[in-house]
Design a protein. Structure first.
Length: 319
């Protein structure tokens, strides 16, 4: 391996190793900052969604109470079912049911749910029962209708429409879950998804609402890894370092190679050899010293040859 090659490898190494370390450190720092920003958005989103959920529940309670006051007096009329459906639509409820005090269903106005395919909708009896059914935001209001104690239950499905509304308001992706089932979602989310890091570029946080394992999963997209861009920069740095390292090695090695070649010529007996004096300065001083040395050797050898010739001439005269 030549001196130039060794120097080039050395210069490339002292550039590439720090560059690789800086690339790795920047990648780790970027990933941590991206994760921190995503967690901050999720925490802010949790507060926003909790507030919006409470406001929506208040609106549902107001709607159910108003509907009950409006139609309770007509519970025994023949057209009560139509009145109940009209009140449901007027107060923008997904369902409105009336039950006796003992839980017996009297009437129900129920719109089709907008859950994900495969999710079973609660029955009117479940919507009217005292127990909180899964997949609904519901309010139960006791009302006296004539001489009967009734319970009006109404609310909204925690389906696609409500998920879209919360997603728009919070600027996050939203999914409603019950246990391990996803009822509705604005982003692809498999059943049994665990909040935290869903995949390489999405993070999630769960907000508990309702009961029986129900909750809202908030999802945000963390900035994608810029490893590709960093590798591209590192590759460009490697190419530049290789080029500059080779050029720098050539600048150092070329004068030394000239000195080595001059030394070989002098060793072969060519005392007229001179090497070019050029940068760098340290090598130039060595080149001048080499030229001075060869000039001295040439003078010294010339004097020796003259002395030899003179001695030979004297010996011939004596002989």
């Amino acid at each position: 391996m030549t001196l130039r090659t060794r120097l080039a490898i050395f210069f490339v190494g002292i550039v590439v190793l720090p560059l690789a370390g800086a690339t790795l450190a920047f990648q780790v720092l970027f990933a941590r900052q991206a994760e921190a920003r995503a967690d901050s958005r999720l925490r802010d989103g949790e507060r926003i969604v909790a507030a919006l959920w409470g406001e929506r529940l208040d609106l549902v309670e107001l709607g159910v109470t108003s509907a009950a006051e409006e139609v309770a007096a007509f519970v025994d009329d023949e057209g009560f079912a139509e009145r109940l459906e009209s009140a449901r639509a007027q107060y923008r409820l997904d369902f409105l049911t009336v039950a006796e005090e003992d839980g017996t269903l009297v009437a129900a106005a129920v719109a089709p749910p907008d859950f994900r395919p495969g999710i079973e909708a609660p029955t009117p009896e479940e919507l009217a029962s005292e127990a909180q059914p899964l997949g609904v935001l519901r309010v139960r209001v006791p009302v006296v209708g004539g001489d009967r104690n009734l319970a009006f239950s109404g609310g909204a499905y925690v389906g696609e429409r409500l998920a879209d509304w919360l997603s728009t308001a919070s600027s996050l992706q939203v999914a409603f879950v019950a246990g391990e089932s996803v009822l509705a979602s604005t982003t692809p989310l498999p059943d049994g998804a665990v909040p935290g890091e869903l995949d390489e570029d999405r993070r999630a946080r769960r907000v508990s609402v309702g009961g029986q394992g129900e909750g809202i999963v908030l999802v945000t997209r963390a900035p994608g890894s810029n490893l590709g861009a960093l590798l591209l920069v590192a590759a460009a740095g490697l190419v530049a370092a290789t080029f500059l390292g080779w050029a720098l090695a050539s600048m150092i090695a070329r004068p030394l190679q000239r000195l080595a070649e001059g030394a070989r010529r002098v060793a072969a007996g060519n005392l007229d050899t001179r090497v070019e004096v050029g940068p760098p300065a340290d090598v130039a001083r060595v080149a001048r010293s080499f030229n001075t040395m060869t000039e001295y050797l040439r003078t010294y050898v010339g004097e020796l040859e003259s002395s030899r010739d003179e001695l030979r001439h004297n010996l011939d005269r004596m002989g």
